[in-house]
Design a protein around this ligand. Sequence first.
Ligand SMILES: *Cc1c(COP(=O)(O)O)cnc(C)c1O
Length: 453
Amino acid sequence: MESRKIFLNESEKPTHWYNIAADMPNKPQPPLNPATRKPAGPDDLSPIFPMGLIQQEVSTEKMIEIPDEVQDIYNIWRPSPLYRARGLEKALDAPVKIYYKYEGVSPSGSHKPNTAVAQAYYNKQEGVKKVITETGAGQWGTALAFACTQLGLDCEVYMVRISYDQKPYRKIMMNTFGADVFPSPSNRTQAGRNVLAEDPGSSGSLGIAISEAIEMALKDETNKYALGSVLNHVLLHQTVIGQEAEKQLEIAGDYPDVIIAPLGGGSNFAGISFPFIGKNITEGKNTRCIAVEPASCPKLTQGEFLYDHGDSAGYTPLLPMYTLGHNFRPAAIHAGGLRYHGASVLCSQLLKDNLIEAVALQQLECFRAGITFAQSEGIIAAPEATHAVAQVIREAEQAKKEGTQKTILFNMCGHGFVDMKAYEDYFEGVLSDHTFSDNELKTGLEEIRGLQP
Ligand SMILES: *Cc1c(COP(=O)(O)O)cnc(C)c1O
């Protein structure tokens, strides 16, 4: 019988995180201090992040050792399985081999604990007592709550109001891991009070919640802030995914022609693809890496490469990234993890240099793909992850049309067990595809032109 899963032992886990900055032909441009428009140094970041993470943020060292205590917690779910998608292959009947990494086996059900554990560890090393963050759909908050409880830290989460109301189970998961959860905008911060004064019924946004979490972290020296995507150190921690996949594919005797992952800020895409992009750059390999974004939040395909803030109040340094502007308000799609206005600096630079590709897909196609995946593979995917499946199906159909063989690797970055409302809405026919009116995408970009150095 042909095998469907390829496992590694705990002792075969990667010993280091891979830092793609070491291999990039054009290094990422530095973040800027918004007041001076000069490169932001460690001192600009140290009020909100511990120095261990700031050092990783600016590091150009190629391999960074994973501390033992982090490895010990990783052992709860890592190495994650690599699946050969035999069921999906059969359903598609195309000349493709399909493999996927399944990150849904983690305690919170997504890839996010890979960085949450590392971030909690470096905070603890420096005597931090409480880590504060925001969460959109709830995946990141759950991951950080889990990591903090493992390391004995307090955790406080600002959860975007609409998700707080729509996804009560995510909040209860965070509570179960010991975190305090507040809907955002809240009246606990100036940023939140400002929004509520203008719009008392505000359903919130990731940008607003980030502002609230940063403001609270700045109030007390023993508090720090944590971000679940976008920053270099977050992407770094996720590279265990791709490194494991490489070993697992070697066991299967394969190497990917195409790698596909959904992109919100860029961390799960980076996690699975960066080790392979490194091989493209340094060993002349030719794996195409495709980031899939939602058509309703198309920063990679319709945004511009500009300096922009990571949050809506403008507390964060200016980052050079593909963005739609920090005040862009994406439609309330269920793939909450993909509703972010910008893409990480590393992914943005790689796209600018044509080292990765990007596509934007509509949600109905993604849900159809998610249902095909559930029925053929038995895993109900998070709405974010269905974006990867939809692109895999497109690649398979293309290969069939061209009569070419292809090996595809994709990231099944999370399960959808806490997202069943999304599937319910799909079945009830209340979801629709998204189109922008003429100037809608221009406004957010016009607003940030004045921020350029
Ligand atoms: C957070 C999240 C995303 C989007 O974030 P990235 O940093 O782009 O990975 C995608 N999928 C899932 C399941 C998530 O939890």
